[in-house]
Ligand binder design. Structure first.
Ligand code: ADP
Length: 483
C-alpha cells in the first residue's frame, strides 16, 4: 500500500543516534492493524545501541544546556512549524501504523506540536528565586538547572503526542533526550525526529532508539547512571517494574499510568451534552486512551433516556480503516487487545448485562470491534474494575451523590474523571471529592498543553503540560552566599 506522502522520506525505518540514522543488525516488521500489511522494516536495536544513544545524549548535554533558552526555543519553534507543515504526512504515517481515524491522527499531530510550542515558550520563563537570608550577611539564591539526560518510554496509542509531551519540556529545559517508542509504532517517532533534525537540533540532543526488546532497552534506560530522569507513559504494571529498576541509581521518575475513568451523569445534567461528552470520552481512539471513560454512572431520573440516546448515537458510528475519512472507529491495535475486549464483553453479558448497541466483532476485519453500549451492569463485572481499552461503554444506574462518589473512588487508579451537573454546589462538592488528577466538569475532552495532565494513586507521578510540566526536568540548586 502506498501512503501517498508528499515527502516519502518521512517514512523512516532507521533509528537516530548521535545524529546518524542507524539501520541496525536486525529489523522488525511494522504492520498496519487495519490491513495486516507490513508498512516498513524498522531497526530492531539492542541494549548495546541504547547505551550508545545514552552516551551521545550525555556528550551533547553540556553544549545544549549552555545555549540560551531563546536559542533552544527558536529551534523548538521551527520544529513545531515543520510538524504542522507536514501534518498530513505525519498523520498518514500515524494512522497506518496504529489505526486511528485520520481526522484523529491530524488532531494528534496538532496536539503534539502544541506541546513543542508551549514548552518553547515556557523554557524562557524558568525563573530562579532570591530568598531573604537567615543571617545579616547571608544571601540565598535558587537556581534551576537541567536535570541531564532524559530517558523516555512511550506507548502506541498516541505515538506522536506522548513523545512530544516529554521531549518538548526536556529539550526546552536544556536536557538531552533518548526516546524509546513502542515497538508497534516506531515510525511516528522517527518521522518526528527527522523534522527535529531538520529544525536544527544538534547531533545527540535527540536520539530515538527503536526495537522490540522492551525489557532490555527499558532496563538500560533505568540502570545506566548517565540517565538522570526517566519519563514513562504506559501500564501501571510496567510502571512498577521501571520504578524498581530506577531505585538503583535513584533516577528521577515521571509516570503516566493506567486509568479507570468514571463518567458520572446527575439528574440535573443536560442530557444531550452528557451523551455527546460520553461519546467523546469513550470512543476517541476506539476507546484506547488512558483517559477514556471506562465506567458510566447515570442517576435514576436520566438513566433510561441516557441509555437510549447513547445507544442510538453509537449504533450510527462507522467502523473501518482509519485512512477512510468517513470512519469514526478504526481497528484495535492487536489481537491481545481484541481478546481483552471480547473477554470483558463476555464476562459482562454472562453476569446479566443488557446489550444496547454493538456487541460483536465487525465484519471489516479481524481487529475491528463494533462500538458497544451495555446497561444493567452487575457488581463484580470486570469492565468496572479493569481498564478495557476498547469501544465498550458499560452504563451503571445510581441513586445518590454519596453512593456514586464512593463507587467512582473505589479503584486503585486516579487519572481522569468526568461528571455532568448544572448544580453549582454539587459541582464543587463532587470535584473536590473525586480522587483523580484530572476532572472534566460538563466536558468529555480535557487534554491540552496549557493544563497539567497526570494522575494520583496508582495512576502515576508528576504532571505533563502546563507551567508545572517543565519542573520535572529541572533540578533546584540552592546557593548560600556570605557577603
Ligand atoms: P500498553 O498497555 O499501553 O502497551 P505497556 O506498559 O505494556 O502499556 O507499554 C508501554 C511501553 O512500555 C511500550 O513502549 C512497551 O514496549 C514498554 N514496555 C513494556 N514492558 C516493558 C519493560 N519491562 N521495560 C520497559 N519498557 C517496557
Amino acid at each position: 500500500m502506498s501512503l501517498d506522502l508528499a515527502r516519502p522520506e518521512l517514512l523512516e525505518p532507521r533509528a537516530l543516534i548521535a545524529g546518524a540514522w542507524i539501520a541496525g543488525q536486525n529489523r522488525s516488521d511494522v504492520t498496519n492493524p487495519a490491513t495486516g500489511e507490513v508498512i516498513a522494516h524498522a531497526a530492531d536495536l539492542t541494549a548495546a545501541e541504547m547505551r550508545q544513544a545514552i552516551d551521545a545524549a550525555h556528550d551533547a548535554g553540556p553544549a545544549w544546556a549552555a545555549r540560551t533558552a531563546r536559542e533552544r526555543a527558536d529551534i523548538l519553534m521551527r520544529w513545531h512549524d515543520l510538524m504542522l507543515d507536514n501534518q498530513e504526512d505525519l498523520a498518514r504515517i500515524l494512522t497506518a501504523e496504529m489505526g486511528k481515524p485520520i481526522a484523529e491522527a491530524r488532531g494528534e499531530i496538532a496536539y503534539g506540536a502544541s506541546f513543542i510550542r508551549w514548552f518553547a515558550e515556557e523554557g524562557r520563563r524558568v525563573y530562579g528565586d532570591i530568598i531573604p537570608g537567615h543571617q545579616p550577611d547571608k544571601r540565598i539564591m535558587v537556581l534551576k538547572q537541567p536535570i541531564g539526560v532524559v530517558g523516555s518510554i512511550t506507548p502506541w496509542n498516541f505515538p506522536n503526542a506522548m513523545i512530544a509531551r516529554k521531549v518538548a519540556p526536556a529539550l526546552a529545559a536544556g536536557c538531552t533526550f533518548v526516546g524509546r517508542p513502542a515497538e508497534s509504532t516506531p515510525l511516528s517517532a522517527t518521522a518526528m525526529a527527522r523534522l527535529g533534525h531538520e529544525a536544527g537540533l544538534p547531533d545527540g540532543v535527540l536520539n530515538i532508539v527503536t526495537g522490540s526488546d522492551s525489557a532490555g532497552l527499558g532496563a538500560e534506560l533505568c540502570r545506566n547512571p548517565k540517565v538522570r530522569k526517566l519519563t514513562f507513559t504506559g501500564s501501571t504494571e510496567v510502571g512498577r517494574i521501571l520504578m524498581r529498576q530506577c531505585a538503583q541509581n535513584i533516577t528521577k521518575l515521571s509516570l503516566e499510568l493506567g486509568g479507570n475513568a468514571p463518567f458520572i451523569v446527575f439528574d440535573d445534567a443536560d442530557l444531550e451534552a452528557a451523551v455527546q461528552g460520553a461519546i467523546m470520552a469513550k470512543y476517541r481512539n476506539g476507546g484506547q486512551t488512558c483517559v477514556c471513560a471506562n465506567r458510566i454512572y447515570v442517576q435514576d431520573g436520566l438513566h433510561d433516556a441516557f441509555v437510549e440516546r447513547l445507544g442510538e448515537a453509537v449504533a450510527a458510528m462507522k467502523v473501518g480503516p482509519g485512512l477512510d475519512e468517513t470512519n469514526q472507529i478504526g481497528p484495535l491495535i492487536d489481537q491481545p487487545a481484541m481478546d481483552k475486549v471480547q473477554a470483558h464483553l463476555d464476562d459482562a453479558v454472562g453476569r446479566g448485562a443488557r446489550l444496547v448497541a454493538g456487541g460483536r466483532r465487525s465484519d471489516q476485519g479481524p481487529l475491528y470491534f463494533e462500538p458497544t453500549v451495555l446497561a444493567d451492569i452487575q457488581p463484580g463485572t470486570r469492565l468496572l474494575a479493569e481498564e478495557t481499552f476498547g469501544p465498550i461503554a458499560p452504563v451503571v444506574r445510581f441513586h445518590s451523590e454519596t453512593e456514586v462518589i464512593a463507587m467512582a473512588n473505589a479503584t486503585e487508579f486516579g487519572l481522569a474523571a468526568y461528571f455532568y451537573t448544572r448544580d453549582l454546589g454539587r459541582s464543587w462538592r463532587v470535584a473536590e471529592a473525586l480522587e483523580y488528577g484530572i476532572v472534566g466538569l460538563n466536558t468529555g475532552l480535557i487534554s491540552t498543553a496549557e493544563a497539567p495532565f497526570g494522575g494520583v494513586k496508582a495512576s502515576g507521578l508528576g504532571r505533563e503540560g502546563s507551567r508545572y510540566g517543565i519542573d520535572d526536568f529541572l533540578e533546584i540548586k540552592y546557593l548560600c552566599a556570605a557577603v
